[in-house]
Design a protein around this ligand. Structure first.
Ligand code: NAP
Length: 318
C-alpha cells in the first residue's frame, strides 16, 4: 500500500491553510475535503474581518481562493468524506466509503457543524421552514415573518441577512442579554425590521407541511404561548465534527479534540487545526493560523521520522 506523507482531513480555512504550507514544504499533501468542501464559510455571506479584504469578501468566494492556492502548490484534493480512522498503529489509516489511505502524518481539520434545538417538529420541518443557513434558504421566505433562535454573532448575522427578504425578523433569545459582539448586536438592534423576544425558549415548531408557528415559553414567568411565523432559523452555536475520532483521539466532554499545545493530539503523528479543537476563538483567521502551525509541526515530525535510525530486531544476547 502506498503511504502518504501527510493526509489532511477537512477543507475549511484550517485544512486548506495546512495544505498550502504542507504543499509548499514539498510534502504533496492529500486532502479529503468532504462531500462539501470549504467548511462553515460556505454558509456565510460577507466576511468583513478576514485581513487583506478591506471591502469584505463573500465566504464561498474566500474558500474558492483558499482552495486554488492549496492546489497551485500541488495539494491533491478528493471531494469525499473520511468515514473512519485507525490511529492505533503506524502507518495511520484514514478510510472513505470505498478507499483507505495510509499516512505517516494526519492533520485533523474537520471543524464544527451547526447545532439544533432538539425540539418536537424541528427535524420534521427541516427544509420546510426550519433551517440553519440563511444564505442557503433565506430567499425562500420573501415578505414572510422569520424567527431566529440564538443570541450570538451567528444569530445576529443570520437575522441581519434575512432582513433582505423577510417582512419581519424576530430574534428569540433565552436570556436578556446578547452574547454577540457589540458591533453585531448594535447593528441588529438598530435594524427597523428586527425585533427581539427575551428570556424565552422555543419548545416546539408548529406545522405539518410547513412551519406555521412556534411554541414559546417565557423562562421568567413560565408562561407558554403559540407565536405565528413562517420560518425558524436556528443559530445556537456549533458541535465539533469528531464522531469518527471517538475512541481514537482524546476528546473533551463536549467532543472537541484535546490538544496540549494547539497542534498535537493524544496520538503521535496526528495533528489538529481549527474549530475541531478550538471552541474559544472559532474565527476563520484563527483557524487558518492553526492550520499553518499544524502543518509546520507535522513537517518537523516527518523530518524527524526520516532521520530517525531504522527500527531493527535486536536479538537478546545471553
Ligand atoms: P455562540 O457565540 O456560542 O452563541 C450561541 C448562542 O445560542 C448563545 O446566545 C446561546 O445562548 C444560544 N444557545 C445555545 N444553545 C441554546 C439552546 N439550546 N437554546 C437556545 N439558545 C441557545 O455561537 P455563534 O453565534 O455560532 O458564534 C460562534 C463563534 O463564531 C463566536 O466566536 C462568534 O464571534 C463567531 N462568529 C463571528 C461572526 C462575525 O464576526 N461576523 C459571525 C458568526 C460567528 P447564551 O448566550 O445564553 O449562552
Amino acid at each position: 500500500m502506498n503511504i502518504e506523507r501527510i493526509v489532511i482531513v477537512g477543507s475549511g480555512p484550517a485544512g486548506l491553510t495546512a495544505a498550502v504550507y504542507a504543499a509548499r514544504a514539498n510534502l504533496r499533501p492529500l486532502m479529503l475535503a468532504g462531500g462539501l468542501y470549504g467548511g462553515q464559510l460556505m454558509l456565510t455571506t460577507d466576511v468583513e474581518n478576514y485581513p487583506g479584504f478591506p471591502d469584505g469578501i463573500m465566504g464561498p468566494d474566500l474558500m474558492v481562493k483558499f482552495r486554488e492556492q492549496a492546489e497551485r502548490f500541488g495539494t491533491r484534493i478528493l471531494d469525499v468524506d473520511a468515514t473512519a480512522v485507525d490511529f492505533s498503529a503506524t502507518p495511520l489509516l484514514v478510510r472513505t466509503s470505498d478507499e483507505a489511505f495510509a499516512a505517516r502524518a494526519v492533520i485533523v481539520a474537520t471543524g464544527a457543524s451547526a447545532r439544533w434545538l432538539g425540539i418536537p417538529g424541528e427535524e420534521l420541518l427541516r427544509g420546510r421552514g426550519v433551517s440553519s443557513c440563511a444564505t442557503c434558504d433565506g430567499a425562500f421566505f420573501k415578505d414572510r415573518h422569520i424567527v431566529v433562535a440564538g443570541g450570538g454573532d451567528s444569530a445576529m448575522e443570520e437575522a441581519l441577512f434575512l432582513t433582505r427578504f423577510a417582512r419581519r425578523v424576530t430574534v428569540v433569545h433565552r436570556r436578556d442579554a446578547l452574547r454577540a459582539s457589540k458591533i453585531m448586536a448594535e447593528r441588529a438592534q438598530a435594524h427597523p425590521k428586527i425585533d427581539f423576544i427575551w428570556n424565552t425558549i422555543i419548545e416546539a415548531v408548529l406545522g405539518e407541511e410547513k412551519v406555521t408557528g412556534l411554541r414559546l415559553r417565557n423562562v421568567l414567568d413560565k408562561s407558554l404561548y403559540d407565536f405565528d411565523c413562517d420560518a425558524l432559523f436556528v443559530a445556537i452555536g456549533h458541535s465539533p465534527n469528531t464522531s469518527i475520532f471517538r475512541g481514537q483521539l482524546a476528546l473533551d466532554d463536549a467532543g472537541y479534540i484535546l490538544s496540549p499545545d494547539g497542534t498535537s493530539t493524544s496520538v503521535e503523528g496526528v495533528f489538529v487545526a481549527g474549530d475541531v479543537y478550538d471552541h474559544r476563538y472559532r474565527q476563520a483567521i484563527t483557524a487558518a493560523g492553526s492550520g499553518c502551525k499544524a502543518a509546520m509541526d507535522a513537517e518537523k515530525y516527518l523530518e524527524a521520522l526520516e532521520f530517525a535510525p531504522p527500527l531493527v530486531n535486536v536479538q537478546r544476547i545471553r
